[in-house]
Structures are given as structure tokens and as C-alpha cells.
Design a protein around this ligand. Sequence first.
Ligand code: G3I
Length: 364
Amino acid sequence: MNLDRRSVILGALGLAACDFPVAGAVASVPPLRGASAHPIGCTVTAAECLDVIASNRLAEQFSQLTPEFEMKMNALQRSDGSRSFGAADIIMAYAKSHGQSVHGHALVWYLHQPAYFTALANTQQVIGRELDRYIADVCGHFRGAVRGWDVVNEPLSPNGEMIRPCLWSNALGDDGYIIRSFEAARQADPDAILFLNEYDLESRPEKRLAFLKLVERLLRAGSPIDGIGTQTHATIDLADGAIAETLRELAGFGLKIHVSELDISFGAPRFDIESLASKRARQAQQARAIAEAYLALPAEQHYAFTLWGMIDSQSHLRRPPRNLVDDEPLAFDESGRPKPMARAIYDAFAAAPPAQGDGVMPGR
Ligand code: G3I
């Protein structure tokens, strides 16, 4: 066959336009939120709520939303001491209009120390008063609309060897700032479900042990903790059985369990010779294992199963500081097509017994 250069180029363009499914894409998966009455969640940003394609996708697929940024201190706290709720209110209005509950993330986090607070006299009295006021204002603003809160996010150092030093711990004590934050949140919204949220609990047994000890101390101190968020930023290489063991141990307190920030990274292997289809298949296996481990917990301890993003291109892993620009950690590909991970999650939830409500107001 004598193919001139023009024919080859046109042929290639024609193929590219055929939108061939990428290896491992799944023909069709029903909307995840239809699999079960269990809240299946995803991150959301105000920009996505205002984008026609993104907002339709989120409404179709998810029954609960976690603001990825707009409810954090750096987003809410102005330098003059006032609070800025505009972007978060866009998300709240969007969720309400689509019958989606909202999980508030996160009231207190070592990583967010806005200038307004760092400029204050770093005394127990001043920082304590201002933290109380902040939590009262934020929980008060969303009272009756937010189903639950990550009251304190990532309290431990990366290996769990200590409570991570921060403005709040320096002024109020390691456990002290956590206890105070939960008490302020309970007072401001008695109906919200209050969580302590941490990462790497499934991959670092030493951190998980330290976390369990922290939760035990806080409960003994009378801290009003209702639930544990295990972020589950996993990889396709997560050890078999690790997530089931983790969730069983975390569930030992009888508190609600939230798989709160699920993504399953391909990692950054030095020699990446594994096929995309193979990586996607392993990713789906991990997703199924995580979903089934969550669903195996006592019904009264189910809170939600939340993905940290919907389509691969929006993953935080692709942005600084991780910069995994080729990673595909989420359930939907760049075009919003479901991957085997989405099918695995759908099938696990569809096969599970019906969800048991937690009595929280619908849509909360
Ligand atoms: O929207 C502002 C923009 O107005 C501003 O000009 C720009 C410059 O600073 O920042 C923009 O905000 C960015 C925000 O994401 C929204 O895109 C922040 O810089 C950026 O730091 C922020 O990153 C988020 C990060 O938490 C820090 O808040 C990521 O999206 C989010 O995925 C990540 O999520 C965390 C969880 O909260 C806790 N667990 C780990 C997880 C991943 O790191």
C-alpha cells in the first residue's frame, strides 16, 4: 500500500477523533450515588459548582460533598479578623439544590495558620479565646446544613511520634487544643457529627497505634468525638489486608468511620513498565478491598465513603508538592469516563446491605 504523507496524517487524525477508550476504561457504570443509600462523597470546589460540566457530573455521581479548600481556615479567615463565607456558601447552595449532604473540612489544621491568628499574642488566654470564637462563628454559620466536621485534621507528625507542633498546640497544649476544638464545635452545633481526621493510618502501623492512643486519651478526657476520618490516600501497592485491619482497629471505639479522602495512586516507580490496564486493574482491586472493608463495619458506624476528587486531572497529586503529573488516582478519567475503580466501588456498594441512617437531618 503506497501511503503518501498526507494520507498518514489524515489517518492518524481520524483515529484520534474516534475517541477510542483508553485501555481499561469501563463502558458504563451507573451513577455511584445510585449504588446505595450509603453516602458516597467527593471533594468539591466553588468553581466546580459554577462549571456546567463539573457540576452535572458531581450531582449525578455523589450524595455527599467535602469542600476541598473553601471551608478551611486559610479560605475563611480574613486578616482583619472577619470571616469570608462567600465561596463556601456557593457550595452549600449547590449541595442543597442537588440533595447532597456536606461534610465540613476542616476547622483546625496545623497547616493553616492565617496571619490574623499568628499576629495575636501567643498566650493560652488569647489564642484559646480566638479559637473558640472562630469555631463558634464557622460552625454557627453552617449549623443545620453541615452533616459533620473534621474538627481537627492531621494532629500527628508524619510517623506518629508526636502531636504535630502548631500555633494551637503551643498555646493550648498538645491534647489541649484538640479537646478545646471539639468542645467548641459541640457547643456551636450539637447535631453535627464531629471527626478527628488523619492520613497514612493504613500504611504506617506505628502511626495508627499512636492515633489509637490519642483517641483513647481524648475520649477518656471526655472530648466529644463522634467519629474517625481515615483519609486513605492509598497506592496500588497497598499491602493485602492492611485496610481491613486498619478499619477494624479504628472501629474498636464504636465511633463513626469515614473513609474521608480516598485516592489510589499509581505511585512513582523508577521503571514504569507496567501497562495502564494492569495498573487500573490493581487500582480497582484496591478500591474494592477498601469499600468492602468499610462496608464490613457495623452498620451504625458507617458515616461516608469519600473520594478526594472525581477526575484524574483534578487530583491534588498532580499539583505541587507531589507533582505526579501522570498519576491517575481517581475513579474517572480525564474525560469523565468511569474507570475500573468506579465499577469496583459501585459493585461493592450495590452488593452491600442497605445503609442505616444516622438520624441526621436529610441533606445534612
Ligand atoms: O484558590 C486559591 C487562589 O485564589 C489563590 O490565588 C491561590 C494562591 O495561593 O491559592 C488557591 O488556593 C489553593 C487551593 O488548594 C484551591 O485550589 C491553595 O493555594 C492550595 O494550597 C490548596 O491546596 C489544597 C490543600 O489541601 C491545602 O489546603 C488542595 O487543593 C487539597 O486537595 C488538599 O487537601 C488535603 C486535605 O485538606 C487534608 N488531607 C490531605 C489533602 C491533600 O493534600
